[in-house]
Design a protein around this ligand. Structure first.
Ligand SMILES: [Zn+2]
Length: 165
């Protein structure tokens, strides 16, 4: 089902989400389907969106949903960084469409998580997917990209972005 995406300013987005437990197992498929439907609906409207975090649709659980070459349901992820190399990216978010934020992200990241079948998985991320999943991971800790703005000139409206190009 398509859910409402909570928007910047909604206090629920600033909360820390709880780990998924065995008791949540019966709900996982339904939650993943809601995340899927909501992501596709957003794509239809805005032509973008590769991943979404459960708290963005009001589920305060540590679940990320990514739709790229296939579906990834990322449960209780733990992120680490193999090195300290950072780079600047222009971040956007389904919780504030039309706004971009310049932030620093790690070039490389490692994500350990449990998939929807309950199997332990490891993803080694670089570049694009690294920054994407750092962004989504932040949502689980109540952190929005706006809070990582590099400086006072880091908030850019889409229209301005087009003008700059
Ligand atoms: Zn976001």
């Amino acid at each position: 089902m398509v859910k409402e995406i909570l928007k910047l300013g909604n206090p629920a987005l600033y909360e820390i989400s709880a780990p998924v437990t065995a008791e949540d197992a019966p709900m996982l498929r339904a939650w993943a389907d809601d995340l899927h439907d909501t992501l596709l609906d957003y794509r239809k409207t805005y032509g973008a969106g590769r991943a979404v975090a459960a708290p963005q649709i009001g589920i305060k659980k540590r679940i990320l949903y990514m739709l790229t070459d296939r579906e990834y349901v990322i449960i209780n992820p733990v992120m680490s960084f193999p090195d300290d190399e950072l780079y600047e990216v222009l971040d956007d978010c389904m919780s504030f469409p039309g706004l971009c934020v310049r932030v620093m992200r790690h070039k490389r990241a490692v994500l350990n998580y449990t998939d929807i079948e309950g199997r332990a998985q490891t993803m080694e991320l670089e570049g694009d997917l690294s920054e994407l999943l750092q962004h989504e991971y932040d949502h689980l800790d109540g952190i929005l990209a706006t809070m990582r703005a590099i400086d006072e000139k880091s908030l850019i409206m889409m229209q301005m972005k087009r003008d700059l190009q």
